[in-house]
Design a protein. Structure first.
Lengths: 354, 175
């Protein structure tokens, strides 16, 4: 029972639809799940910006062809110089990866085949064994006993270090490894704000003390949080904001601490400014965040040689304090993830006696 | 004979719907749906990307594989509604925005007759416009349209009938 009106409508819609050429569509992007269990806005606000898994997972490749191939001399690259790191599965890979045990030779060949297909886009691809990666790691963290103890040689993945050609489609290269068996993660070193040298040296602080905001979801402020299996936590009770009296008492305490060199109070407006600066490449995140979302904090510089551990523990106990972060160890944990593809819980990167 | 033993978590993981692959498979179709609703490709792509990001974030909540595509289409439709609402507010006091598909520029692309139909479609109330698009572009059944738009099947049917009648009247008067 097709009336002429129905036919006209059907044809008009079909033609309107056809004005979209599937080849011109931008690929869809999904952000990878955050790995460290930390309120990301707080971390962003912290002087040391730590975004883990910032290389967005990409799907649906856009078929970009690199027509004018250039012949690049294949020279060796170091971990620091690589654009992308393709880490292969280890036996101890975290559960949220697609790994099923350590990578086997067959899977490794599969990854090499993908690399061969991407040859027009990749200038250098270099194999790094687990042993050499572990050596790199020992050198890098030589003075950090906590991290050296937390990571074992068997946690280190084998990896391919990739240097891309000029004009290569990063996202397409990354997308090509999604779902390839034996691949634990693909790390985009350039899109990680830490690698880009944030924040400027003079703004670095040693310890950040974040204050409770009304309606917060952080357990430090009395909020209850139930993590269920979907990774979608329920919040049966929200936390209380810090009171004026508590803020003053806290400031007095910080001022009296012998380890403290100097401290500043950071309000929501300036925290937001820093946040926008750190995430200027991520419009969606910036648009979704308003100054009212930012926590207030005290930024503390410690005297040279003093230990952050006691300071962190003492401040963490104060009422109205949401989170205390020792920025040094957070950065270490992030470096560990972005450079070596190894994840360790915050409690191991920044161990306190509690 | 092989017997598979699955832990409860594995069973859950298997039931978990891969939103990403649904989007990958229907990407073009979803963008076209959004295009018909919002009128230009860039906005249409944004709407689909947003819907994808949102459903991807909530993928743990999606349990019923049969409903996944319906859910995704609803998300795209919702996104289109937001765009149209925002445009209506922003342009209330200014010159109305004419996206390419509806505007004269597309005359060359589409042909006068098609454009007329699309213009008439655009003049319909939101619900009729959506129902007609789902029916005559995607060829969905009443029940599917109803689920996508979160209305009942009989409402979907009557909405389509009313929409068609209005279109016929408007276009009949013009010609």
């Amino acid at each position: 029972m097709n009336s002429p009106m129905e036919d006209r409508l059907r044809q008009a819609l079909a033609e309107a639809g056809k004005t979209i050429d599937p080849g011109t569509l931008q690929p869809l992007r999904a952000s990878e799940r955050r790995r460290l269990r930390v309120d990301f806005r707080m971390v962003a606000a912290a002087a040391a910006v730590v975004v883990v898994g910032s290389g967005a997972a990409v799907m649906v490749s856009g078929g970009a062809g690199d027509d004018d191939r250039m012949v690049a001399a294949a020279t060796a690259i170091t971990r620091e110089k690589a654009d992308l790191v393709v880490a292969l599965c280890t036996a101890t890979a975290p559960k949220d990866t697609r790994c099923e045990g350590a990578v086997d030779p067959e899977q490794r060949e599969g990854v090499e085949r993908v690399l061969a297909e991407l040859e027009p886009q990749i200038a250098i691809s270099q194999w790094a064994s687990a042993e050499s990666t572990y050596d790199d790691f020992r050198t890098r963290f030589a003075d950090n006993q906590a991290i050296l103890e937390a990571v074992k040689a068997t946690d280190m993945p084998q990896s391919f270090l990739l240097k891309l050609r000029e004009g290569a489609d990063r996202r397409q290269v990354m997308a090509s490894f999604v779902g390839v068996p034996g691949v634990m993660s693909v790390i985009d070193r350039a899109s990680n704000p830490y690698a880009a040298g944030h924040p400027p040296e003079e703004e670095k602080t040693d310890v950040s003390v974040f204050l409770c905001k009304t309606g917060t979801q952080l357990p430090g402020c009395g909020a209850k949080r139930v993590d269920n299996k979907d990774g979608d936590p329920k919040i049966p009770a929200h936390g209380k904001g810090i009171t004026g009296a508590q803020t003053r008492a806290l400031e007095k305490l910080i001022g009296k601490m012998p380890e403290v060199e100097k401290y500043v109070f950071e309000d929501q407006a300036s925290a937001y400014q820093k946040f926008v600066e750190s995430f200027k490449d991520n419009k969606a995140l910036v648009n979704a965040t308003s100054p009212e979302d930012m926590p207030e904090s005290f930024r503390i510089m410690l005297k040279d040689g003093s230990l952050w551990r006691e300071v962190v523990e003492e401040l963490q106990r104060q009422p109205g304090v949401a989170q205390v972060m020792a920025n040094g160890c957070m950065v270490n944990a992030a470096v560990l993830t972005t450079e070596f593809a190894v994840e360790i819980p915050k409690s191991e990167a920044c161990p306190t006696n509690r | 004979m092989e017997v598979e033993l699955l832990t409860q978590q594995e069973v859950l993981a298997r039931q978990r719907i891969d939103v990403a692959s649904i989007f990958a498979e229907h990407h073009v179709g979803l963008v076209r749906l959004a295009l018909i609703m919002v009128g230009d490709q860039a906005t249409a792509e944004d709407v689909v990307q947003d819907a994808f990001a949102r459903t991807h974030a909530g993928r743990g909540r999606l349990r019923d594989a049969d409903k996944a595509l319906t859910y995704v289409r609803s998300a795209v439709l919702n996104g289109c509604r937001s765009v149209l609402r925002r445009r209506a507010t922003v342009f209330r006091r200014a010159v109305p925005y004419e996206p390419p598909v509806w505007s004269a520029e597309s005359a060359a692309l589409l042909g006068e007759e098609r454009r007329e139909v699309l213009l008439a479609l655009r003049g319909l109330p939101r619900r009729q416009r959506e129902a007609l698009t789902l029916r005559y572009y995607f060829d969905l059944a009443d029940q599917e349209i109803a689920e996508t738009m979160r209305i009942s099947a009989s409402t979907a049917r009557s909405t389509i009938a009313r929409g068609l009648a209005t279109l016929a009247r408007v276009l009949g008067e013009n010609s």
